[in-house]
Design a protein around this ligand. Structure first.
Ligand SMILES: C[S@@+](CC[C@H](N)C(=O)[O-])C[C@H]1O[C@@H](n2cnc3c(N)ncnc32)[C@H](O)[C@@H]1O
Length: 243
């Protein structure tokens, strides 16, 4: 497997953590943390991280303070959730809420999502969320965007056939970029049938802190749902090079 570089461009640490929150983090993180094995020999099978009976695993990249992930984990106790977030204050917030709600179906990866994406087993994720990723508006920074040519093949590789990829942004240029990138990728199909499908947040899609901030500032979000198209059956045509 080729070496993947770590790229975390935003802040990894904000204000100093309050003593109580720091203590909760130190107590609970060891039970929730997903650490990648040192040797990249075998792919990580995410179902194995959760109790027996877990139906599938969903992944949220850049969960911020974690309110969407917590709400989804409460609504779907039969699903295992991996949250990926390098910002330690966000991790502390998620861990505190997971502890208060006694949620056993959350695991946290606190580093660059790309490192995890390169280690997850193929077709092992049943749904993926990337909500309000940093838009990196300057053209010279577009290559930092987490949704882009360098990551779509990995998303396609780890998502199971028929899995959903949910994206949100309040940045019109990033919304166009997302649509262009995904609609031209053969592994993805946009699920929208009409304007309301990308203008209105679906009911099973809890709001995030960043979304509230965008709405207060008068920015209207875009909500995109894509399906991971089924891989061609083995031996059928030229499907061998599919991610
Ligand atoms: C604008 S915030 C949105 C947070 C949250 N999703 C929300 O809607 O409130 C973007 C988040 O992505 C995280 N992030 C940035 N680069 C990342 C990376 N390489 N892997 C995982 N998360 C990342 C940031 O730390 C930040 O919390």
């Amino acid at each position: 497997m080729s070496e993947v570089q770590r790229f975390v461009y935003g802040r990894r640490r904000g204000h100093k953590l309050r003593q109580g929150r720091l203590q909760r983090l130190e107590e609970l993180l060891p039970c929730l943390e997903l650490s990648l094995p040192e040797t990249p020999d075998a792919p990580v099978q995410p179902l194995g991280l959760f109790p027996p009976g877990t139906r599938e695993v969903w992944l949220e990249i850049g969960f911020g303070a974690g309110e969407h992930l917590i709400a989804q984990a409460k609504a779907h106790p039969e699903i295992g959730f991996i949250g990926c977030e390098p910002f330690i204050n966000g991790v502390a917030s998620l861990v505190q809420h997971a502890g208060e709600e006694d949620l056993g179906n959350i695991r946290v990866y606190r580093d660059d999502a790309r490192l995890l994406l390169h280690r997850l087993a193929p077709a092992s994720i049943g749904r993926m969320f990337i909500l309000y990723p940093d838009p990196w508006p300057k053209t010279r920074h577009h290559k930092r965007r987490i949704v882009g040519p360098s990551t779509l093949d990995r998303f396609a590789a780890v998502l199971a056939d028929g899995a959903e990829l949910r994206l949100a942004t309040d940045h019109a240029d990033y919304a166009r970029w997302m649509l262009r990138s995904l609609t031209s990728h053969r592994a993805f199909r946009w699920l929208a049938k009409g304007t309301a499908d990308w203008r209105d947040r679906p009911v099973d899609w809890p709001a995030t802190r960043y979304e509230a901030k965008a709405l207060r500032a008068g920015r209207k979000p875009f909500y995109f749902r894509f399906e991971r198209v089924a891989r061609p059956a083995s031996g059928a045509g030229n499907g061998a090079d599919w991610p």
